[in-house]
Ligand binder design. Structure first.
Ligand code: HDD
Length: 714
């Protein structure tokens, strides 16, 4: 029998340490352990002669290389992972027997993989897409996988439609165009043929599909699951993740530019934050529904295209996850991790949600081909910390060396072990749900209400969010070549909101619906809006990136005060200039440039600051790149700050309809102005008032009230 391993977060670290300290790692060897004397020049017959077949090191090196690739995931191919731990706030005994949800002192190790869905492994991070948010909890009861997304609903109601959905959204069959994008004919053809998509499409065309950071997006289990307590009482549940840094997004123009400037934007952000000790944190929440309330709602609680509005079923926040370690090896860990919604532990069970039921089959099936056989659970990242003992044997890549003669149960030869565990002994006992019914290919009546919650979502949006959704429709449908599909989409959304359909039609060259339609729903659920959500934290600048644009002759007093205040608030600053190297201030100090205009861009920052200094600003005014930096940040509604002569650069950039600090009349000077996220201060000296206003403006994330200023040339 396998020895019980200790379940704590150190055990994996310790294993790694052992490898690192291994003295045998000094020499390069073949896979047979033979030390290699030369790995740069192949063995040849004479200096100018042919390569010899007997060069076993050459052949082994090349053969291994030739087999390095494994199939990428059919969806969610591009992802980034991180390790961490989870802690529950208080025992959840009343609701579930899951051991990792009982003891607030226990840290359960986790591995999380964030992903985009549609793009291939090498695609860009900032495309419009759903983000995967998959968590593996290495619990003492065995591995529990919560395989969720950053949107709480899904496109389809039944898993049998999944291949159709994915075929439609992936690049088209004949030319493999476009990559990582929904904006093409086959996807919108699929959508217009499936009104059940309506609610999910509203989410996908909202800012939720453009997260600023994996650290700043929500996560959802999407499907309905069950908690079961030790008395066998079951309750329906939905899972939620809430990022403690708030929920923030990029703007569309910015995402497209970042896709070129830094296709690894979200991946880099996660990696760097963890390297710098800014550990992402998420609260874990559950909506809990008593079984007797199953039919209380105007939607079916098993329908994955529906949320449970928080006004009806509040979220109980029950614990917190912290991600605190980057993987050592992308392939071994992030690529080879295998999630499966069927990996549950005692206390967590399934519902009859028809999408979930199909998922329970699909993930194991896909891992068998992707990871090359039935032993992928033995790969370190997939191995549970709980002991494994069963009679499964052999297969490709088997690494466990099972001892003894028996591989069957019951047996008399091997002490009848391993044996099944009773419920009291921690055995998984399936929830005893009574199920009765005719074999039928059908769904319950309430599944057919496709538009009420799409309307609920629309009603809940702030005005800027509505505008973004309409613009997203214009882009996505505008890219569809077939006018009939464009018209069909407009008509479909006429069922959600008549005005929305008219607005979509205006931008995509098809007539508005003949009769204005729309769902009669008037209800709102503010937390589905990012902007209106109480979870959209807007009081911190922690981990935000701020560009300080400067040239020789900058005001050192300005830069050091502002930089210090921003960093004290947890933000990161970069000195950006025309070239890398050192800059000299007007008073003789020097500062090192972090990035040049060639190696960075305004789209990679959350805010921009221009210090004073006469010579500094004179130079910056002559630099198109500096002006462009300011204009583009303005256009993307980011906070902008300038002090002293720095304000002149904003004037030179022609920021429309903005009040600046400075002389209002001959005898009246306003020392500090904060106008729609543009903060300016004149007068030399103490910058603490400026720092306060600028910090507040950055914490707001975006200033939508100036979004209509599209006359900005960037
Ligand atoms: Fe899925 C991967 C999330 C529906 C079939 N899915 C995958 C991943 C996430 C999700 C986050 C990536 C895991 C990782 O990082 O390795 N999927 C969801 C959610 C869904 C959903 C939240 C709706 C509630 N998925 C869904 C259905 C099916 C699949 C209906 C098929 C019946 N999903 C897969 C898959 C993948 C996958 C093909 C590809 C790679 C993998 O499983 O390991 O089996």
């Amino acid at each position: 029998m396998e020895k019980k391993r200790i379940v704590d977060e150190k055990s994996k670290d310790e294993q790694l340490e052992m490898v690192r300290e291994d003295p045998e790692r000094e020499f390069l060897t073949t896979n047979q352990g033979v030390r290699v004397s030369n790995t740069d020049i192949s063995l040849k017959a004479g200096e100018r002669g042919p390569t010899l077949l007997e060069d076993f090191h050459f052949r082994e090196k090349l053969t291994h290389f030739d087999h390095e690739r494994i199939p990428e995931r059919v969806v969610h191919a591009r992802g980034s992972g991180a390790y961490g731990y989870f802690q529950v706030y208080e025992p959840m005994k009343e609701y579930t027997s899951a051991k990792f949800l009982q003891d607030p002192n226990k840290k359960t190790p986790v591995f999380v993989r964030f992903s985009t869905v549609v793009g291939f492994r090498g695609s860009a991070d900032t495309v419009r897409d759903v983000r995967g948010f998959a968590t593996k909890f290495y619990t003492e009861d065995g591995n529990y996988d919560l395989v969720g997304n950053n949107m709480p609903v899904f496109f389809i109601q039944d898993a049998i439609k999944f291949p159709d959905l994915v075929h439609a959204i992936k690049p088209e069959q004949d030319n493999q165009i476009p990559q990582a994008s929904a904006a093409h004919d086959t996807f919108w053809d699929f959508v217009s043929c499936h009104p059940e998509n309506a609610h999910m499409i509203m989410w996908v065309l909202s800012d939720r599909a453009l997260p600023r950071s994996y650290r700043m997006m929500e996560g959802f289990g999407v499907n309905t699951f069950r908690f079961v307590n030790s008395e066998g009482k079951g309750r329906f549940i939905k899972f939620h993740w809430k990022p403690l840094l708030g929920i923030h997004s990029l703007v569309w123009d910015e995402t497209q530019k970042i896709a070129g400037k830094d296709p690894d934007f979200n991946r880099r952000d996660l990696w760097e934050a963890i390297e710098m000790g800014d550990y992402p944190e998420y609260e874990f929440g559950v909506q809990i529904l008593e079984e007797e309330d199953e039919f209380k709602f105007d939607f079916d609680i098993l329908d994955p295209t529906k949320i449970w509005p928080e006004e009806d079923v509040p979220i109980k926040w029950i614990g917190k996850m912290t991600l605190n370690r980057n993987p050592d090896n992308f392939f071994a860990e992030t690529e080879q991790v295998a999630f499966c919604p069927a990996n549950v532990v005692p206390g967590i069970d399934f519902s009859n949600d028809p999408l979930l039921q199909g998922r329970l089959f699909s993930y194991l099936d896909t891992q068998l081909i992707r990871l090359g056989g039935p032993n992928f659970q033995e790969i370190p990242i997939n191995r549970p910390l709980a002991p494994v003992a069963n009679n499964q044997r052999e297969g490709y890549h088997r690494t466990t060396i099972n001892k003894g003669k028996t591989s069957y149960f019951p047996n008399t030869v091997g002490e009848n072990l391993p044996r099944p565990a009773s419920g009291e002994e921690g055995g998984y006992v399936h929830y005893m749900e009574k199920v009765e019914g005719k074999k039928i290919r059908s769904r319950s009546e309430k599944f057919k209400d496709f538009f009420s919650q799409a309307k609920l979502f629309w009603n809940s949006m702030s005005e800027p969010e509505k505008k973004h959704i309409i613009e997203a429709f214009h882009f996505e449908i505008g890219k569809v070549n077939d006018k009939n599909i464009r018209k069909a989409v407009v008509d479909m959304f006429n069922n959600v909101d008549g005005d929305l359909a008219i607005e979509i039609a205006k931008g995509v060259g098809v007539p508005a619906p003949e009769k204005k339609g729309g769902s009669p729903v008037t209800k709102e659920s503010p937390n589905v809006s990012q902007e209106r959500s109480e979870r959209n934290v807007k009081n911190t600048i922690k981990t935000r990136k701020i560009a300080i644009i400067a040239a020789d002759g900058y005001n050192h007093n300005d830069v050091s005060q502002v930089k210090q205040a921003l960093e004290a608030g947890g933000a990161k600053t970069h000195i950006v200039s025309e070239h890398q190297g050192m800059l000299k201030s007007s008073s003789g100090e020097e500062i090192e440039v972090d990035k040049s205009y060639v190696t960075t861009e305004s789209v990679l920052y959350d805010a921009v600051y221009i210090p004073g200094g006469k010579e500094n600003v004179k130079t910056l005014k002559m630099q198109g790149d500096a002006i462009h930096f300011v204009n583009e940040a303005f256009r993307h509604c980011k906070a902008l700050g300038a002090t002293g002569e720095g304000v002149e650069l904003f004037k030179a950039a022609n920021l429309p309809d903005i009040q600046f600090a400075g002389k209002e009349s001959v005898d009246k000077e306003i020392p500090l102005v904060s106008d729609k996220g543009v903060v300016t201060a004149v007068k030399e000296g103490d910058r603490s008032d400026f720092n306060k206003s600028f910090t507040t403006a950055i914490a707001k994330h975006r200033h939508w009230d100036r979004e209509k200023k599209e006359q900005v040339p960037a």
